[in-house]
Write a protein of this length. Sequence first.
Length: 341
Amino acid sequence: MSEEPSFTPRVFSGIKPSGGLTLGNYLGAIKRFVDWQEAGTHETIYCVVDLHAITVWQDPAVLHSATREVAAGYLASGIDPTKSILFNQSQVSAHTELGWIFSCVARMGWMNRMTQFKDKAGENAEKASLGLYAYPALMASDILLYHATHVPVGEDQKQHVELTRDIAQKFNHDFKVAFFPETEPVIEGPATRVMNLRDGTKKMSKSGESDMERINMTDDADTIAKKFKKAKTDPEPLPESMEDLAGRPEAKNLVDIYAGLSGRTDEEVIAEYAGAGWGRFKPALADLAVEKLGPISTEMKRLMADPAEIDRILAHGADQAREIAEPILSETFRIVGLVGR
Ligand code: AQP
């Protein structure tokens, strides 16, 4: 084993353009990406992971527009292309090249344990695409292609970042190098798992069946208010402590969302609203969501009206990404024994 290298502190994370952005993507991912960028302690690289989106069927025209919409969501929320690298995955072919190598490093047994595949493929796994099964290996390549040291993600992605660590370890071990870092997943804050508004036991997702189960980042004020008003709850008022929210998933979810949007802790929210009924809490939550998401949604619409500018930003980001990725990929080829790169 060669000497332990030190890796540049670097954050990588991505979002799939598999539909419009949700409040879950905002609180669990984008808002925290902006915090990392502004902290200035790490280089920050953010990606629209379009190759992950096509692991399930995507209408080509819709995918094209969703890619720009996710980019607009990043920009409108505060990702600044002069501070962070922002690009879409398919423009940097090194992702798929390293992804193939990692498909040869990862073991079938590891992939078989991935709960997201089981959730997404459902009972009919035989009909799922090979890409959906293999995508955690491509995700490992997204991260390790930049030697990223930290990956901020929502709870649902923790297992995939752990697999990334396993792949890095096995690669380093098999080839007797210390080439890839053991990336840390960073899962923090009150809203790392925002739940479906109609069923507090399921995650809020872009591709969930009903629009009423999620808040989209482009929803207008009336729609946001209507969705929170109709959100499933129980008859009890808000309790005095977080422990008393145990077994009340829908109530806890709305408290988490309030805390995530207001930048407070769950405990602070409970302290303010202890004893409040839903008739008081839900309108307060809707007002807060409109206050926070309204300006972002307006800015997203402005950006979406100029797709050429979004494409220019993504192309520039892809150039910057390639500059970091290419030497790492070339060195990987050399380590593996592939000729010619
Ligand atoms: N409900 C959520 N709560 C907190 N974080 C979430 N994330 C997604 N949903 C929630 C985080 O957002 C980042 C990007 O996720 P993604 O779009 O690449 O994949 P996903 O987790 O599969 O998102 P969706 O919305 O559920 O998409 P579909 O429906 O297409 O599968 C990740 O950091 C994720 O944790």
